[in-house]
Write a protein that binds this ligand. Structure first.
Ligand SMILES: *Cc1c(COP(=O)(O)O)cnc(C)c1O
Length: 395
């Protein structure tokens, strides 16, 4: 059985998005900036996609800017607020310890340029406390950037409360909503969101395209200079097929969101209760306030990468926050942020469910993970020490 269970990393393109893109590539080759009819038709297609996307998050079409994806949107949003702050003598930014690297590494660069950054604790359930955010706001705070939902452990942040606090204090609020758009109901007006990042390939659209929502009052700072596309805020001929595919995928995700979220949450909870039967294991992140398809566990005494390789042999595509897979010597900063110690964080497994997954898949995954964990523990020296009492169990 082949099971794709890594929907937080990327998703398969939906047939509707492929169809819309194919039609666009075959028929809309014009440049939206050209004045003749072929160009103007492409321009109309571009603006129609903008309207469709805006409607899903309750924004105005004029507030949607097309980008190359989540990373670019995060960079542009953060840099925009930082530069606006700098002009007013404000150099303090608030974020959280478990943001995506597109946010954290942008903040590192700003620190080198003289900004001060406060990273809020996400506590052991993986959720920021709004009162701690409010206490961290200073007169010189120019930006709060907190993700909508975490990409590793799936925890959903109290975005409405954060938005309200930021509005009351006159601080710009950006949210990396890459994991949330398409999966959760988002209303940028009601939730007082000033900027929001999204990426098409996380909701069954194409890779290399995304958008940045920026409220009218925000003057975006361009990262790429050149032509006057996107009101001069993002130069370069628009990726029209990608944008059309993104709009089709988002429309479809929004239309089926309610039923799909309920279906996935049921599968998620089934998978969680199955994996909970494995001794010395623990779910990472809050059990309820999490994305409908996210399951993330730590298992004591094993290495995440061995687990992934053996699961791959059984046909399961999954992910881990262990060191090798995170591309550094340290395990996932997200797991460390929720207080997992290194040894425990190394034995992590993320299974993220999506549209194609079924109950049968979940049952197969439960038995496969149980078998693989037992097998790896059977010859693990770390597990032997835990079982003999030489080192104490932490889970
Ligand atoms: C995937 C992801 C990104 C990066 O998006 P790209 O389109 O791949 O650049 C940023 N933030 C979060 C939370 C993500 O899950």
């Amino acid at each position: 059985m082949d099971i794709y269970a890594d929907h937080a990393a990327t998703t398969a393109m939906s047939p509707a998005a492929i169809k819309a893109m194919t039609r666009c590539m075959q028929e809309e080759y014009g440049n939206p900036s050209s004045l003749y009819r072929i160009g103007q038709r492409a321009k109309e297609t571009l603006e129609k996609a903008r309207e469709e996307i805006a409607a899903v998050i309750h924004a105005d079409p004029g507030e949607i800017f097309f980008t190359s994806g989540g990373s670019e949107s995060d960079n542009q949003a953060i840099r925009t607020a930082a530069m606006a702050g700098k002009r007013k003598g404000k150099n303090h930014i608030i974020s959280s310890a478990f943001e995506h690297h597109a946010v954290l590494h942008t903040l590192d660069r700003l620190k080198a340029e003289g900004f001060e950054v406060t990273l809020l604790d996400v506590h052991e359930n993986g959720i920021v406390h709004p009162e701690e955010l409010e206490a961290a706001i200073r007169p010189e705070t120019c930006l709060v950037t907190i993700m909508y939902a975490n990409n590793e452990i799936g925890t959903i942040q109290p975005v409405s409360e954060i938005g309200k606090i930021c509005r009351e204090h006159g601080v710009v609020f950006h949210t990396d909503a890459v994991q949330a758009v398409g999966a959760l109901a988002i209303d940028v007006q009601a939730e007082n969101i000033d900027m929001l990042s999204a990426s098409a390939h996380k909701f069954h659209g194409p890779k290399g395209v995304g958008f940045l929502y920026a409220r009218r009052s925000i003057q975006l700072v361009p990262l790429i200079s050149g032509g006057a596309q996107e009101k001069g805020k993002r130069a370069g001929t628009e990726n029209l097929p990608g944008i059309v595919g993104m709009a089709a995928a988002l429309k479809e995700s929004a239309a089926e969101r309610k039923t799909e979220a309920a279906r996935l949450a049921e599968l998620r909870d089934l998978l969680i209760s199955g994996l909970n039967e494995i001794p010395h294991s623990a779910l990472n992140g809050d059990a309820e306030r999490r994305l409908p398809g996210n399951v993330n566990f730590c298992f004591e005494g094993i290495e995440g990468e061995s687990l992934l390789l053996l699961l791959d042999e059984k046909g399961i595509s999954a992910s881990s926050g262990s060191a090798c897979t995170s591309g550094s010597l340290d395990p996932s900063h997200v797991l460390l942020a929720i207080g997992r110690v290194h040894d425990v964080a190394h034995g992590s497994l993320r299974l993220t469910l999506g549209r194609e997954n079924t109950r049968e898949h979940v049952e197969y995954m439960i038995s496969a993970v149980k078998d693989v964990v037992a097998y790896l523990r059977s010859f693990s020296p770390v597990w032997r020490d835990l079982e003999s009492g030489k080192t104490p169990h932490l889970l």
